[in-house]
Design a protein around this ligand. Sequence first.
Ligand SMILES: Cc1cc2nc3c(=O)[nH]c(=O)nc-3n(C[C@H](O)[C@H](O)[C@H](O)COP(=O)(O)OP(=O)(O)OC[C@H]3O[C@@H](n4cnc5c(N)ncnc54)[C@H](O)[C@@H]3O)c2cc1C
Length: 307
Amino acid sequence: MGELASGDLLDRLPNVRGRFIPNQPMAQLTWFRVGGPADVVFIPEDEADLAAFLKGTPEDVPILPVGVGSNLLVREGGVQGVVIRLGKAFAKAEAEDQSRIRAGAGALDVAVAKAAATAGIGGLEFFVGIPGSIGGALRMNAGSYGSETKDVLVEATALDRQGNIHVIPLKDMGFSYRKSRAPEGLIFTGGLFQGTPGIPEDIRTRMNEITSSREATQPIREKTGGSTFKNPDGQKSWQLIDGAGCRGMVHGDAQVSPMHCNFLINRGKATADDLESLGEEMRRKVLETSGVELEWEIKRIGRKAAP
Ligand SMILES: Cc1cc2nc3c(=O)[nH]c(=O)nc-3n(C[C@H](O)[C@H](O)[C@H](O)COP(=O)(O)OP(=O)(O)OC[C@H]3O[C@@H](n4cnc5c(N)ncnc54)[C@H](O)[C@@H]3O)c2cc1C
């Protein structure tokens, strides 16, 4: 698709019951608080509305599903096409029986952990510490404290680019470290998760331990994207970054967190370019000092600002 003004793009989109927001600054939809506008953001009313939108949208219009933007670095030039953000209709998290929780892709991971605790379902406590949505967890195989999404998922539900519904069993999600090999164009709408029956009080105690531990070791109240780089096999990124002398390093208003040096933070006025350039500088220094090429875990998306 060529460059289109949002108005021209809106003319090419089908009638929906949900909301189209033209020129939505992505900075407002991401934890880093940086990023230019999406041509259009679509908030579907429900799954049928999302399916009808996908069916009726010309194939050449780029579509990008996002969650709550806790793993996204959006560049200043913004995002071409339509960004889909799942709202309230996709945010339910309910116990199906004594060991399973069904959650919409728009539900926050923390809400799923809490719903599981209330229902006396253990094993999903690790979700309490991940500030994303279930859609993001399914795409990223989110995990912490020894558990990952792949350890608890039974099946995901998704719509393809044509609006057809798919139920994807765990074995077809192609999960590995912070990654799913499920086709890129899929929009996850929910997941069914398996835990084990437990005592709500014990489950909550474990959740509180995780929360306290994170507050002590990670800058979770900053404008950040979480772990910037994946841990290379058998090594810890933060140790390599520390060893390369990057802790606390700054570029503009972007900084390598002094608290946890695999986290980048926006100290207030950083641009996406400041953050990305600082990340690339860290990669260069780590390569020089240890020979290891760090791989971005944060998803960098969108166009660079015009020079
Ligand atoms: C303070 C902090 C701590 C963090 N700690 C952890 C941690 O311990 N463990 C961990 O794994 N991560 C961690 N993260 C990273 C992040 O929270 C996870 O990657 C999370 O799963 C991202 O979810 P999201 O909803 O924010 O997705 P987004 O950041 O919005 O998107 C991430 C990716 O998922 C895709 N996506 C989102 N929704 C859908 C959908 N419905 N269908 C298809 N694709 C979709 C997007 O296209 C994008 O590729 C942390 C982040 C922060 C800011």
